[in-house]
Design a protein around this ligand. Structure first.
Ligand SMILES: [Zn+2]
Length: 291
């Protein structure tokens, strides 16, 4: 992704992994081949792997740099985590942290870490393994967790079985941050600084948030996992298999699509692959993603 500039506030992304991922029918149980075929003209080549039929997806974090702060949005899977049910995520050894440094962001320089929600692939780099202990990767940061989201995972049993589930990530990637006194439990409309504020977008998880960025007359919207893949812009009624509250997830997605269709808002999702940023535009009776 090219650096985006919102009136002097820049956005970059640091990639943990990217490429062919789920088969559409796995992650979106309601997807049909007929419906997908109707969207192929714009899903190819960026969003669908023609050869395998798999969706192209990404695991990445965003780096927002303002005059005052460096903010990280979502922290992927992380290294050395025990995730045996998802082999590509198990005891990873990726260059994500080195890549972040190479982009001019040493861990000490991060002021805020925002997790749009607390699923396993959004909290991993919150911590790293040092001498057998999980320690916060960003020692000078305030980690922002939505109150409702934190309360949910604090009191609910995590799903521990099956590919893509959250196995122990609350314990190894969230609780050590809280123990270190670096967590702020925020409301769904929390403001980070001028032009950067949260909006509650519940459904995928109970306390999922999006992040708005307004600067230089432009608007960016970090959508986390409110949408997992651009095909949901055409079919917002398709929930991912990981959505906590299916009806609410669908309704939230539909309301955002209605609000931002045919506007200049740049959508910055957690798993859309390169070229990543794009707009929601009308496409007959449905919408599509335009990069
Ligand atoms: Zn995710």
């Amino acid at each position: 992704m090219q650096t985006l500039d919102f009136g002097g506030i820049t956005v970059d992304r640091v990639v943990e992994s990217e490429g062919p991922s789920f088969h559409p029918g796995f992650i979106f149980p309601e997807a049909t081949q007929e419906a997908l075929a109707g969207e192929r003209d714009w899903l190819l080549p960026h969003f669908l792997d023609a050869e395998s039929g798999r969706l192209l997806m990404s695991l990445h974090s965003y780096i927002i740099r303002t005059k005052h702060h460096t903010i990280l949005v979502d922290t992927c899977v992380g290294n050395d985590k025990e995730r045996p049910s998802t082999p590509p995520w198990h005891r990873r050894d990726s260059a994500w942290l080195d890549d972040l440094r190479a982009m001019g962001v040493p861990p000490e320089s991060v002021d805020f870490v925002l997790c749009t929600h607390l699923h396993v692939d959004h909290v991993g780099w919150n911590t790293r393994l040092v001498d057998g202990r999980w320690v916060p990767t960003f020692p000078n940061a305030r980690y922002l967790f939505h109150k409702d989201e934190y309360a949910h995972w604090e009191t609910n049993e995590m799903p521990h079985v099956g590919s893509g589930t959250t196995e122990g990530s609350f314990e190894d990637s969230v609780l050590p941050v809280v123990a270190a006194g670096l967590a702020d439990f925020v409301d769904g409309d929390h403001g980070i600084e001028d032009g950067l504020f949260l909006e509650a977008s519940p459904g995928h998880t109970p306390g999922h948030v999006c992040l708005h960025l307004e600067g230089g007359g432009s608007h960016g919207l970090f959508t986390g996992d409110m949408m997992h893949h651009p095909v949901q812009i055409a079919y917002p009624e398709w929930n991912s298999r990981y959505c906590f509250d299916p009806d609410r997830s669908r309704a939230t997605r539909q309301s955002y699509l209605e609000r931002y269709a045919d506007t200049a808002t740049q959508i910055l999702a957690a798993h859309f692959p390169a070229p990543v940023a794009g707009r929601i535009i009308s496409n007959g009776a449905r919408c599509k993603f335009s990069v």
